[in-house]
Design a protein around this ligand. Sequence first.
Ligand SMILES: NC(=O)c1ccc[n+]([C@@H]2O[C@H](COP(=O)([O-])OP(=O)(O)OC[C@H]3O[C@@H](n4cnc5c(N)ncnc54)[C@H](O)[C@@H]3O)[C@@H](O)[C@H]2O)c1
Length: 477
Amino acid sequence: MNSRRAFLRQSVLAATALSASRVLGANETIRVGMIGLGGRGMGTAAWFAKIPGVEVAALCDVDSKVIERAKKVYPNATTATDLRKVIEDRTIDAVVVSTGNHWHVLASIWALQAGKDVYVEKPVSHNIWEGRKLVEAARKYDRIVQGGTQQRSDPLQEEIKAFLDGGAIGKMKYVRCNRYGERKSIGKLAAPLATPETVDYNLWLGPAQDLPMYREEFHYDWHWVWNTGNGELGNWGPHILDDLRNVVFRDKVKLPKRVIAGGGRFGWDDAGETPNTHFAYIDTGDVPVIMDVHNLPLKKGVKADDVYMRRRTKSFLVIECEGGYYTGGRGGGTAFDAAGKKVQAFSGDGGKSHAENFIEAMRNRKKETLKGEIEEIHYSSAWCHLGNISWRLGQNYNREQSEAAVKDFQPWNDVIADFHQHLQNNELDAGKLDIKLGAMLEIDAEKETFVGDTATAEALALLKREYRAGFEVPETV
Ligand SMILES: NC(=O)c1ccc[n+]([C@@H]2O[C@H](COP(=O)([O-])OP(=O)(O)OC[C@H]3O[C@@H](n4cnc5c(N)ncnc54)[C@H](O)[C@@H]3O)[C@@H](O)[C@H]2O)c1
């Protein structure tokens, strides 16, 4: 496109955006449109419905059965299967995007172009490139965009920061991020899964490729194939790494310098592609980070405490310091001194005012007052994508080579030892498994790309996706 045409096109879009957005009076009711009404969409709708001066005014889902269910709760709301109907509705002020991950950016950009504010679930992107496009669109249309990592709205995070700054447990040495949540196999059908008759499949697919599915359930399990999801690291990871980026790095580390990840999908013969056992080292250029995520049982018949090792607990963050450690997750945590004595307990609310924070920012029009401003949550989501990219580029695993990949950092060896122990606990023989160890990715944080030996065509391709025709995220927003 020549520059004059590009300019005209952008001007038309900008004019559309302006004409479609209302100026909100202080007491005016804010009308919210919900796009995606699965477990999460219904949960967030309940948050919005409780806020004075806010109405859940439109319900959109590609599954008419899901809409019927939601309509029972919000009988006065309009309904649509096509999100564009909600986006074009000038009486709607904001949309909440809680579809599958592959739709997050495109749905949000369309809404921004139409002048709406956006609350978008985590991960805010399905890949790093489109995450940046969403940030660009938020800036261009000057809208309020909140990422759905709600712990940012929990006062707990400020308390932990103040405690760490107070020096009671000394300087930070490293952080171990954990997610241990049991899941089950998603099954493997002999013939492709038939789309439920109530679902508009073309709209459900959107930007994703039209690939046969062999899982048993249509909804939710899209998480475990790369075409639509980002695996467990891209599911719980955005919450945990967002806590980390806020509490430990105060948002100063945008993207890490290097990332390496290993693991695999073990113990299940199913249609899932993403790892159910995944570990990573993240070189932040500051306090080093290791991450460990798994979905297999700790060990059948054994009490959790006997199996957890080296503070490998259900905590999201274990912040190891010179004089003790902090361990905690959503809504609470505890700090201990070096002798293991409790120093302080913390409790929070899990971030239940995140929707309220978004509404306040919609009224004051100051993006700085958002707890989960889109650019920060783009970065937190990108950390997860990096861990996935490294694993997807993985080669056959070899324990010695893996240990050697990160030198002079004992916690990395601990993570590998714990990984082997965990396989044993599940009666899995490491020698017979398809374990992968990924490339040590080197990242140019400014350009949001790879550099050095690992900047291969294969790696660079994983920063983006192939969009299905008609559902492309625009290069120029
Ligand atoms: N912040 C949190 O604590 C939290 C918790 C759970 C899930 N999530 C996130 O919320 C999102 C949804 O998760 P879920 O568990 O509800 O998934 P889900 O699969 O149960 O529900 C998704 C819903 O979106 C609908 N949908 C898909 N594409 C659509 C489209 N183009 N237009 C309208 N509707 C569409 C589906 O029909 C389905 O009803 C995910 O991205 C997930 O990561 C966040």
